[in-house]
Structure formats: C-alpha cells, structure tokens
Design a protein. Sequence first.
Length: 255
Amino acid sequence: MSAVLAQKESLSRTVFSDGSYADHFRPDAPDNPFRNLYAAKRRDLLRFADSRPGSRVLDLGGGPGRIAVPLARSHTVTLADISDEMLTRAARAAEEAGVPARDLSLVRVDAREPLPFPSGSFDSVIAADLLVHLPDPTAALREMRRVLAPNGQLLVDTTNRNPLWMLRHPSYVGRRPRRWLSTWRAGGVLPEWTGIVIHHSRAQFHRMLEDAGLRIVEERAYGSPLAPKWMLAVCAARVPEAASPRDRDPLPGSR
C-alpha cells in the first residue's frame, strides 16, 4: 500500500470484505514502491507450489488470483477470500487465462473463522499477505495446519516489524515528518491502517508457527538483508515426538 493509495482517515476492518481493498492492493502497479519485491515473492511462491505436480492447493486470502490462476494450469486450486470483489476479479483473470472452471474453485471464506474444509484436504496451503490482517494469526495458522494433508506444505509470509525497511522505500510513507514518526513507531504500519494491520518481528513469526504446530523447512526474505520487508516460510506440520519408554503405558502385568 503506497502513500498515494492510502486514505487520510482511519480504515475499519470492513475494508477487507466490502470490496474496497481491491483498490488498495495493487502489487503490480508501476507506482507501487514494493512492485519488484512483490514480483520476487510471487515467483518463489509459484516455484515452491509447482514443486509438487498435480497438487490440491488452497490459496487462502488469495485476492485477485495472482498466485491461484497460474497454479490452476497444473494443479487443482481453491482460492478462498473474504471479498466478493476479489473473487470476481479472480474469476475474470482465470477466464482471460483460459483456466477451466473445474481446476479453480472460488470460495468466500473469512480466515478469522474455522476453515470450511475437511482435515487433510490440501497438499499445499498458501497464505500470502494475509497474517498481518488477522487479529489472531496463530489460530488461523492452526487451521491451515489442520487442512494440510500428511507431508503437505504451508507457504506463509508476514511483514517485518523492524521499520528500517522504510528507509529504502520513502514513497511508501510520503514526506510528512509526523507521518514518518507514527509509521516508524507502529513498526511500518501506516496511520490509517493502525488497528487492522499488525506487522511481526522474525521472532514473533517463528513463535506463531511453532505454537501452531508447524516447523520451518526453508525461509526467504525480500528487501534489505538487514531489515527485509517480508519474511516467507515454507513449513511442514510438526510431528509430535514419540513418547519415551518410561512415558508409555506399561504392558499388562508389568507392574
């Protein structure tokens, strides 16, 4: 979200569901200061997901289909989003790309709630640009883990709370000193998005994944090595450690 697109007044959480977020989320726009980073992250997401041919893929919070539509050419994809407008744009993108309807399902889903899918439904789950919008990201991650099939992978990212990345992208904030100060103090969250967007430190991100029963297999970062804008994790469900012999129930007659 660039300063050009941001509204002056505070936004409410309905921005994500009423269709207006579709006008804020313009990752490929020429004036987006993060356009190149968005493109790099998209390439990695597609590469990771494509590493498992013929997969069942859930793109949660998939918006206009930047990830889901190209994946649907070789996978069975479900794009879930809270916004009808985003789903309409995704449907239009799929039609333009010639993706058969049988390979791309569009479902209205609120990621704050339990997911309407059976456990183990998907080989890959993608949650890009989503966690920062959720009041309880750990609960959402647990649901993503639940719908993963055995040996499935979760591709998930968050925005870095260390605001040093702002220095490389000054147009994101604009020129007003007060706006810079408030955005810096909020960990890179613009004033009008305060309260509905929360950025995370790397340690917080790792802790959320661990608390959700996930283990990190691989990581990527986008932006400055010192303070990247985004952190992406490729995760697998953490398998509970086997109980040691002394912790197991005794055999009948062993006591």
